[in-house]
Ligand binder design. Structure first.
Ligand SMILES: NC(=O)c1ccc[n+]([C@@H]2O[C@H](COP(=O)([O-])OP(=O)(O)OC[C@H]3O[C@@H](n4cnc5c(N)ncnc54)[C@H](O)[C@@H]3O)[C@@H](O)[C@H]2O)c1
Length: 670
């Protein structure tokens, strides 16, 4: 009689890569899979990819695995090692359920599992969290080995992660980060889009996006708040109420799926186009959109009715966004706000779908006729921009939403360049950071601070919401006029957070706060943990923040001194965070706008109620925000000059170089 040994979750984590080959997994068609990546490797390079993959396994298993991995490489363009996908449910467990010797390592395991949770991740079997190619790991062996290392780690060791590959545990000390992550760090000349295809297929690097490869993704909630702030402020900018007015955009993916929810929180009519039927259904089931429409005429009728009745409603159009822009132009449906969140950071591998081709045919073409696919994408981008231009001529306010839309449209020869360009304002339309997020938030230090209650208890999250709200209400009373609006918006957000049911995956919350707010909230959490009122809390933030990201067409697009093409700020940030007490740090190439286009970093910090945690949070959070404010101030950004002067007053040991402003008339006369 055959016996199967059932081993517990903890034992499976501790075992890492199993000694015996697990049985082959069937390819599940019910879940969302990464598109087939294009053929990029030569036959010799394929052998190198196999040699690289087989390094993780015992030689006696190589014969079986070599054949299997070659099939994966030929069928999917990558070696994912599907067979090694664990059988246990992939989700963040309460921290006490993880095996290990150190709380910090257990918290990191929880965060990794959350990034791969089926309810959270975009392509969970390919270890992709969001953005089409935002990877936590490149294959399942890396996952298994990393979890094993974390289960063995003490608080005097640091795990070194090279683009998904766990290089190993190295001796360090208790104040050092437990994990240091790099993703996609390349010699600069090897950072083109096809370099990612090739070196990722070889298994030596990966695209970590932002919070995918740094284990800090908290589902679409992470972006809902930022998107709500953007939509609200965009309406304020055009002097209109959201009620009865129309916001048109696209993408219901990992991040873009937040747009209709944000539109509902703001109170407008939102139309969001999405070509992928599975993703559209997921968002409908999750309640992130209210209605789905597949016919353009029906869409026009419904939108006109919703505008007329001033309904707060979000409508998904299952189809191509270009068709929506064109149809609304023909039918004279006025669009108040327009944007786009297709994944144009990844235009040739499933980030942007061409018009007039079915979703399935487009996926085939992408893999089998990549040159033709590229032509079709560029043709669609030209049409897309043309239709937007028709609308903006009629008064629509269009902004680039940090997805490289204007950049890729310009590369496709679309009509998006300004007729009167100035340095930093070369496009016809602003990015949301230039007009909204930069001057209103980042320059003052406000950014997407977040936390996760590691107990997994919703009650803990509710208690942390209440603590954060109390801190903000107190701070608001002492805040200067310049940041009153931010404080009010954030208090309103945290008060409505429970009601808006934003949790998908771990018990997480996001909140825009400045350095002072982040430090005071974190301190109050640490105190509550010490008193036993709540369990362990993991702090973090999106990389899309004040200091973490150098990205000339997004986070640093409102830097006009020419330095937006440098990456000193992001690099300094991660180095500074690592020696000031972060529990883990990460630095990535790519993220948001694409491989080679941005350098971005993040951190995680475990609060356990200890004195050490109290010391670390003050030191690190102060730096983590004020580094970016100092740089934005040096770039002569008004809000940042104000904010850094304020920070220097509150902390006398902070001494920052402040710019002298030059009279424009002087230069004009030269
Ligand atoms: N502004 C921000 O704050 C911000 C934040 C995160 C991400 N982004 C950027 O936004 C983009 C989207 O991110 P994501 O994580 O949602 O990516 P995603 O790949 O998960 O989602 C994009 C969606 O767009 C759909 N799509 C592609 N082409 C389409 C078309 N022509 N018509 C209709 N739908 C189409 C895809 O099917 C996909 O579901 C990325 O480039 C990302 O970097 C911006």
């Amino acid at each position: 009689m055959e016996t199967t040994t059932v081993i517990s979750f903890k034992q499976q984590i501790k075992q890492g890569i199993p000694n015996e080959l697990p049985s082959i997994k069937t390819y599940e068609t019910t879940i969302n899979h990464a598109p087939k990546r294009k053929e990029i490797l030569s036959d010799e390079e394929k052998k190198l990819a196999l040699r690289n993959a087989l390094r993780y396994f015992k030689p006696e298993q190589h014969e079986v695995l070599a054949k299997e991995f070659l099939t994966e490489l030929n069928d999917y363009g990558r070696i994912y090692m599907y067979r090694f996908r664990p059988d246990y449910e992939m989700r963040a467990r309460p921290i006490k359920e993880y095996p290990g010797k150190c709380k910090q390592a257990k918290a990191i395991m929880l965060m990794i599992q959350n990034n791969l949770d089926y309810a959270v991740a975009q392509h969970p079997h390919e270890l992709i969290t969001y953005g089409g190619n935002g990877a936590v790991f490149s294959n399942w062996a890396q996952y298994l080995l990393t979890m094993k290392y974390l289960s063995e780690m003490t608080d005097k060791q640091t795990l070194v992660m090279y683009s998904g590959h766990p290089m190993g545990l190295f001796p360090s000390h208790k104040d050092a980060p437990r994990v240091v992550v790099t993703n996609g760090m390349m010699i600069p000349n090897y950072s083109k889009q096809d370099d990612w295809e090739k070196f990722n297929a070889l298994g030596v690097t990966q695209y970590g996006q932002m919070t995918a490869g740094s284990y800090m993704y908290i589902g679409p909630q992470g972006i809902v708040h930022g998107t709500t702030i953007t939509v609200l402020n965009a309406f304020r900018k055009i002097g209109k109420e959201p009620q009865g007015n129309l916001f048109v955009t696209s993408g219901l993916g990992g991040m873009s799926g937040a747009q209709p929810k944000a539109g509902n929180i703001a109170g407008c009519v939102t139309v969001c186009a999405e070509v992928n039927p599975k993703i559209t259904q997921v968002r409908l089931d999750q309640g992130w959109i209210d209605e789905k429409i597949t016919d353009l005429d029906e869409l026009v009728t419904r939108v006109n009715q919703a505008k007329e009745n001033k309904e707060t409603v979000s409508i998904a159009f299952l189809g191509n966004i270009v068709d929506v822009w064109e149809k609304f132009d023909q039918e004279n449906v006025h669009i108040d706000l327009g944007s786009d969140q297709t994944s144009l950071h990844n235009p040739w591998a499933g980030g942007y779908y061409p018009a007039d081709i079915s979703f399935e045919d487009a996926n085939e073409m992408m893999a089998n006729e990549p040159e033709l696919f590229k032509e079709k994408v560029q043709e669609t981008l030209r049409r897309h921009a043309k239709a937007i231009n028709q609308h903006t001529a009629k008064g629509t306010y269009f902004f680039d939403y940090g997805n490289a839309f204007l950049l890729e449209a310009s590369r496709a020869g679309a009509d998006v360049m300004s007729e009167n360009p100035t340095i930093g304002k070369e496009f016809k339309y602003p990015s949301y950071v230039q007009d909204i997020m930069g001057p209103m938030c980042f320059d003052y230090g406000f950014g997407p601070f977040r936390w996760v209650c590691a107990s997994g208890k919703p009650e803990d999250l509710a208690k942390t919401d209440a603590i954060a709200c109390k801190v903000l209400e107190k701070l608001k009373k002492e805040s200067p006029e310049e940041i009153q609006q931010q404080m009010t918006d954030n208090i309103q957000w945290i008060k409505g957070a429970q009601e808006n049911k934003l949790v998908v995956g771990s018990q997480a919350r996001i909140l825009y706060a400045d350095a002072e707010g982040r430090m005071k909230i974190a301190k109050a959490f640490n105190k509550a943990i010490k008193k036993g009122k709540i369990g362990t809390v993991v702090l973090g933030r999106d990389h899309h923040d004040v200091s973490g990201t150098d990205s000339p067409y997004r986070e640093t697009s409102n830097i006009y001194d020419g330095s937006r093409f440098t990456a000193d700020m992001a690099i300094h940030n991660v180095i500074g965070d690592s020696f000031r007490g972060a529990t883990w740090v990460s630095i990535h190439n790519g993220g948001g706008v694409g491989w080679g286009e941005v350098i971005n970093g993040g951190f995680g910090m475990v609060l356990d109620g200890s004195k050490d945690a109290g010391r670390r949070l003050e030191s690190m959070l102060f730096w983590d925000v004020n580094n970016g404010i100092a740089r934005r101030n040096w770039a002569r950004n008004e809000g940042a000059i104000f904010a850094i002067e304020r920070a220097m007053k509150s902390e006398p040991s902070l001494k920052v170089t402040v710019p002298n402003l030059v009279d424009d008339k002087l230069l004009a006369n030269l």
